[in-house]
Design a protein around this ligand. Structure first.
Ligand SMILES: [Zn+2]
Length: 286
């Protein structure tokens, strides 16, 4: 059935209204800028302290102390990953995909930060290297590592197809978190949140504004590398969509593992200090 939309006549000044110049909502120049030179220098002589492999169509948790680095690495074949982050000491502080999108744009790369949710709103991690930064924005408006999708989940799948599928990223992340916390699934599930879609290539169609995906350009050896600004608990799901060239929420796509490596530097980056919680006093004008 066609969408019922439109039907209202354009006013005489429609073009003038459409021609109004756009204003960037959150000019990112006003954000404190990460010192990427200092971050990268701190990698010299670092030690790999942990390696966690996400099996295809499944997720695993990992922890990264503040001041350490972690790298999400493509191995074996093109594969998209759905990333969740929490403060290791307070799971109420979690990654805020929406505000990260508002601050940095629809797709993240080097120098962008993953911000935590309100009441905290501080950088959780800073991206310090992205081997897919050459991709840029393609002719359909597609780009890599988005904060626009949410995560594939069995509820939406049921809504659209009527069936149940248990290896969506939402379920994979729920099982991984429940295992880490040694808690029931229904305790872990509400802590799962909107993700960073690592390696996924996405955009919005220009004509209908719909969310699209296309085959990820990622190849084995590509990685996205982060610096942990606070003590982190992470979970990463190897999406059942594989490279997300055709469909997700099924067992049809070819899937591969993804690896997370954690590195301890010899000393923290020069001048770095773990950021405090946001300074707003919570008065709300009452
Ligand atoms: Zn997924």
């Amino acid at each position: 059935m066609a969408k019922v939309r439109g039907g209202h006549p354009a006013p005489a000044d429609a073009e003038a209204r459409r021609s109004v110049a756009a204003v960037i909502c959150y000019p990112s120049e006003s954000l404190p800028q990460p010192d990427l030179v200092a971050y990268r220098a701190a990698r010299e002589g670092w030690t790999k302290v942990d390696v966690v492999t996400m099996p295809p169509r499944d997720a695993r948790s990992f922890t990264v102390p503040a001041g350490h680095f972690f790298r999400i690495l493509s191995v074996e074949g093109p594969q998209v990953g759905d990333l969740n982050l929490w403060s290791a000491s307070d799971r109420d502080e979690r990654f805020f995909s929406g505000k990260t999108r508002a601050l940095h744009g629809t797709h993240l790369s080097t120098g962008d930060r993953l911000w935590s949710c309100l009441l905290h709103l501080r950088p959780m991690a800073t991206i310090i290297e992205d081997t897919l930064d050459w991709y840029g924005v393609d002719r359909w408006g597609g780009s890599v590592h988005d904060v626009i999708g949410t995560r594939c989940d069995p509820y939406t799948h049921r809504l659209l197809s009527g069936g149940d599928y248990h290896h969506c990223c939402h379920s994979n992340l729920t099982r991984a978190l429940a295992r880490h916390l040694d808690c029931p699934l229904d305790v872990a599930e509400p802590m799962v949140h909107d993700v960073l879609n690592v390696f996924m290539c996405t955009g919005f169609t220009r004509d209908t504004g719909q969310y699209f995906m296309k085959a990820s350009p990622v190849r084995p050896g590509d990685f996205l590398e982060f610096f942990a600004e606070i003590d982190l608990l992470g979970a990463l799901s190897a999406c059942p969509g594989g490279d997300c060239s055709a469909e997700h929420s099924s067992d049809k796509a070819t899937c591969h593992p993804i690896v997370v490596e954690v590195y301890r530097p010899q000393s923290p980056p020069r001048g770095w200090a773990s950021p405090p919680r946001n300074g707003y006093d919570g008065g709300h004008g009452a």
